[in-house]
Design a protein around this ligand. Structure first.
Ligand SMILES: [Fe+2]
Ligand SMILES: [Fe+2]
Length: 223
């Protein structure tokens, strides 16, 4: 049985470990440089996609907030953070002026667009260790809880938790922001929360819908 003193000691040790990693990060210029380069690449992708503000940053921030309310390990959280920044890197290979200027995509353009998770995974896997999970998180960021997503039509918990989190964070940011070829259709976070509720168990994991709505509430009361 843990006594109160044990619990306080464990809490203090965890706090110290977190501070150690924060300090190590701020003192490690290579890590900082790597992180800045990933951020810079993410903002290039945002511009190519036609977002009017920093989509990748918003997706990353929300994905991390959601993940912190789950039982995800710190290693998985780090992978999710980088995957969120780079989730649409495959768009660099598919988006073109044709797609950017249209309200409604042709079947060919839709087919091309739907390949962006696969292209990202394919090219990232050529550069990172085979055990790295970032490319596969990106591969599955358009899968849906009900199995109607792409590219693999996975459903429910077949989709790894980081990819499910990335999917909902990406959707919230997309609903919040307009693009050059698509107007913003949800004016408030309340409307977004209502849409998340409608899509609970369909597009999104119901457990993550509850967490995401609670985060939207914390940031700004929804009623
Ligand atoms: Fe995407
Ligand atoms: Fe996105």
């Amino acid at each position: 049985m843990f006594s109160l003193v044990n619990l306080i000691l464990a809490g203090a040790l965890i706090w110290l470990a977190c501070k150690y990693f924060d300090l190590k990060k701020s003192l490690n210029p290579t890590e900082k440089r790597y992180s800045d380069l990933v951020d810079a690449l993410a903002s290039v992708v945002d511009r190519v996609e036609g977002y009017d503000k920093s989509h990748a940053k918003e997706v990353t921030s929300l994905a991390v907030q959601i993940a912190q309310k789950t039982t995800m390990s710190s290693e998985q959280l780090l992978s999710l953070e980088t995957a969120a920044k780079l989730h649409d890197v495959g768009m660099l290979m598919v988006i073109n002026d044709n797609i950017r200027s249209r309200r409604k995509l042709s079947d060919d353009d839709s087919f091309l667009m739907r390949n962006h998770p696969l292209l990202a995974e394919h090219y990232l896997k050529q550069e990172v260790a085979v055990t790295d999970d970032i490319p596969t998180i990106i591969r599955w960021h358009h899968e849906r809880w009900d199995g109607f997503g792409y590219p693999d039509s996975l459903s429910g918990e077949q989709i790894p938790l980081p990819a499910r989190i990335l999917a909902i964070a990406d959707a919230v940011s997309s609903m919040r922001n307009s693009r050059s070829y698509r107007k913003r259709s949800y004016k408030t976070d309340k409307e977004i929360a209502d849409e998340l509720k409608r899509q609970s168990g369909l597009q999104f994991d119901p457990y993550l819908v509850k967490i995401t709505i609670s985060i939207l509430e914390e940031n700004q009361p929804l009623s």
